[in-house]
Design a protein around this ligand. Sequence first.
Ligand SMILES: NC(=O)C1=CN([C@@H]2O[C@H](COP(=O)(O)OP(=O)(O)OC[C@H]3O[C@@H](n4cnc5c(N)ncnc54)[C@H](OP(=O)(O)O)[C@@H]3O)[C@@H](O)[C@H]2O)C=CC1
Ligand SMILES: O=C(CO)COP(=O)(O)O
Length: 335
Amino acid sequence: MARPERIAVLGAGSWGTTFAKVLADAGNDVVLWARRAEVAEAINGSRRNAGYLPDVRLPESLRATDDAAAAVHDADVVVLAVPSQTLRENLAGWQPLLPADATLVSLAKGVELSTLKRMSEVIAEVADVPMEQVAVVSGPNLAKEIAAEQPTATVVACADHDRAIALQHACSTRYFRPYTNTDLIGIEIAGACKNVIALACGMAVGLGFGHNTMSSLITRGLAETTRLGVALGADPMTFAGLAGLGDLVATCMSPLSRNRTFGERLGRGETLAQAQEAAHGQVSEGVKSCSSIRQLAARHGVEMPITDVVHRVCHEGLQPGPAAAELLGRERKPE
Ligand SMILES: NC(=O)C1=CN([C@@H]2O[C@H](COP(=O)(O)OP(=O)(O)OC[C@H]3O[C@@H](n4cnc5c(N)ncnc54)[C@H](OP(=O)(O)O)[C@@H]3O)[C@@H](O)[C@H]2O)C=CC1
Ligand SMILES: O=C(CO)COP(=O)(O)O
């Protein structure tokens, strides 16, 4: 497969805009779709997406539009950069516009609430394409750092290795280094679960706890994530990689993470509504995915105690302090 040149990125939030910049910097012809016309106009006029990345000047070669048909016309690659829980509805609207052989790339890190499906499953189903046509990009990829061109690695996963290689070439820059992988299940489960563990780490920070607590949550979070992934058919080694441990550490440790910040607010005693208001519409995927992942775990008989308490703090009124005590009071066992 030749190197893709026409790329549409659908969704102009933090990560969609940043990934579009990466693709443009890598030399591709990139069109970014924004659902609000004023966002597209500002990007074309002032080279800025002020609502999400106020300090970043976007490349001249990056064009924006609010017309999805124009964005995807003749595209070799269509990147989906909208929140997990709206992806199905968004993609259903775009499906008739999609070029038949385009690689469909998911940037979203979540598990669908109603169906408990991973994003690649939703995409293959709604776009009515074989799974080999769907790819996932996931790793320790905090958008603001990448937009500032700080060095980062990531994983490009696709069941079709040739497509993964083509996409790897398309998004390689001097500051962004993608590795390929064919384990979509592992990559997507890792990406969705780390947001939930980051909520727990944020709660720990909000409660005033330090690095030992964070490290314990990260490590036991990785254990429960790996258990779920393996039950679903993932390669356990994926969880030791960039999209597993790599992303988990970046998200749990960084104040730039929306999930960690959200958890920190809950840990300080704010309500879900207060934390949501403070997020100014930016997505904290773990708040919803904690429920779908918990259900998925129950369906497969997998124990996920951290995910369970995060769900109950977010949605059932459990307070972060008693949640921490509950985790510590669990039955003692070997590691
Ligand atoms: N930010 C990051 O560092 C990273 C994020 N991700 C993942 O990428 C995905 C997108 O995140 P990110 O870009 O950060 O999110 P943001 O909250 O920054 O942006 C969300 C984007 O989706 C649009 N949007 C929101 N709701 C809808 C809807 N109902 N229909 C169509 N468009 C909608 C928003 O448009 P509008 O502005 O008009 O509201 C905005 O362009 C998430 O799954 C996230 O977990 C993955 C790696 C890194
Ligand atoms: O996925 C991310 C980093 O890899 C971004 O995490 P947040 O959505 O928590 O900001």
